[in-house]
Design a protein around this ligand. Structure first.
Ligand SMILES: Nc1nc2c(c(=O)[nH]1)N[C@H]1C(S)=C(S)[C@@H](COP(=O)(O)O)O[C@H]1N2
Ligand SMILES: [Mo]
Length: 381
């Protein structure tokens, strides 16, 4: 492009203050950390819900709080990334106006990769936030798009860090070689900016983390869910009315267990079997979690009675007619775990319709979407 001197249009002019590499690096490393935590926990969540064939019957059922922790971190790191991303974009946006806009092929590729990085980061955080609010105002299906964008985002982030490695190294710490040439009087402003960004991250975290981290539930002001709000002290995602389940639908309800020795049981017969009590959380993929006391029959006991082989994969079907979570497949690791119940009671009362009356699944270390409500049938596959 040598010799092609374009006249500079009247673009805005920026003084260097805080639009510099030191500020970008200081914010960028926290943003990078948040995005990496978000990516790793997101991949964990995705493979728990859609395991590849080799994992399908061997996902671990312990620790029982594992999914709650990983999904809590996923949503918290995603929320924390929002103010970090905004601050980072503010710091670097003058580069949008560099002149000439493309200096070389390398420069063009670098700008293109930054454009992809910024676009996917904004889209990923935005769709994730709206998902946590259970609002899906777009024509595409959330899960595959959010998952695919996560890989594009992570790939372009790695590329960006690789391209910028020399600059990052120069500005990593106060006193790094690159920071020595910066005007000393800017350091005060930079510290003020970083403190403000830190305060913003702290504020959004503290006012939302309570949706899954119950010690903070009283500060849970901004999260779309409050862990204490709901029938039987537990939130509800899909209500019985939404699922089309009511007293009429369950009047002749019997649990059907299909295996080498198939059988059926009424609710009264289920209540006569040995009851167990467990304390396990519902950990919703949309970001809220809450522990509860569940009473019911061990899935393992029901399967033994049907003559199921110990390593069998189990299919659970809800009496709900439609809905993405009507059918669930359970690896033997969960089906054989003594904590996994067909629950009949919740927090000392019979299950309400909204929580899955007459019977629902509760298993350790599983996403909420797989804790099937209104169970009608267990099948040994
Ligand atoms: N049959 C059926 N079971 C279901 C669902 C559903 O839509 N249909 N929603 C799931 C989701 S997304 C969650 S988070 C939990 C919530 O359980 P709760 O409403 O008892 O808190 O139920 C799960 N079980
Ligand atoms: Mo959920």
């Amino acid at each position: 492009m040598e010799g092609m001197k374009l006249p500079r249009p009247p673009l805005p002019v920026f003084s260097r203050r805080l639009h510099d590499a030191r500020t970008a690096t200081a914010i960028g490393r926290w943003l990078g950390l948040a995005l990496v935590v978000c990516f790793v926990t997101g991949v964990i969540s995705h493979y728990e819900q859609h395991p590849p064939a080799w994992l399908a019957n061997s996902l671990p059922s312990r620790p029982s709080w594992g999914y709650r922790l990983s999904q809590g971190l996923h949503v918290a790191s995603g929320i924390a990334a929002v103010p970090l991303l905004l601050a980072k974009l503010w710091t670097v946006y003058p580069r949008l106006f560099v002149w000439p806009p493309l200096r070389s092929v390398r420069h063009a590729l670098e700008r293109l990769s930054v454009a992809v990085l910024v676009a996917t980061a904004l889209l990923e955080l935005f769709t994730g936030l709206l998902n946590a609010a259970q609002w899906y105002p777009w024509p595409f299906s959330f899960v595959p798009v959010h998952f695919a964008l996560a890989w594009v985002l992570t790939g372009s982030l790695l590329l960006h860090v690789a391209v910028k490695a020399p600059e990052i190294r120069m500005h990593w710490r106060r006193g790094s070689p690159g920071t020595l040439s910066l005007p000393a009087e800017d350091a005060v402003d930079r510290r003020a900016l970083l403190t403000a960004v830190g305060a913003a991250v702290g504020a959004v975290t503290v006012t939302t983390a309570g949706q899954s981290f119950t010690p903070l539930s009283r500060l849970d002001l901004l999260a779309p869910r409050h862990p204490d709000h709901g029938p039987q002290a537990l939130p509800v995602n899909r209500t019985a009315v939404q699922a089309g389940v009511d007293a009429r639908t369950v009047r002749d309800w019997r649990l059907r267990v299909d295996g080498p020795r198939p059988y059926e049981l009424s609710l009264d017969e289920l209540r006569e079997l040995q009851q167990r009590e467990v304390v396990l959380p519902i950990a919703c993929v949309e970001g809220w979690s809450k522990s509860a006391h569940w009473t019911g029959v061990r899935i393992r006991d029901l399967l033994d009675r049907a003559g199921a082989p110990p390593g069998a994969l189990i299919r659970v079907t809800s009496l709900e007619r439609h809905g993405a979570y009507r059918v669930m497949v359970m690896p033997h690791t969960y089906a054989r775990d003594p904590l996994t119940l067909l629950a009949l009671r919740l927090n000392g009362e019979p299950l309400s319709f909204d929580h899955g009356h007459p019977a629902r699944i509760i298993a350790p270390n599983r996403p909420g979407v797989l804790q099937t409500k209104w169970v009608a049938r267990l099948e040994v596959l």
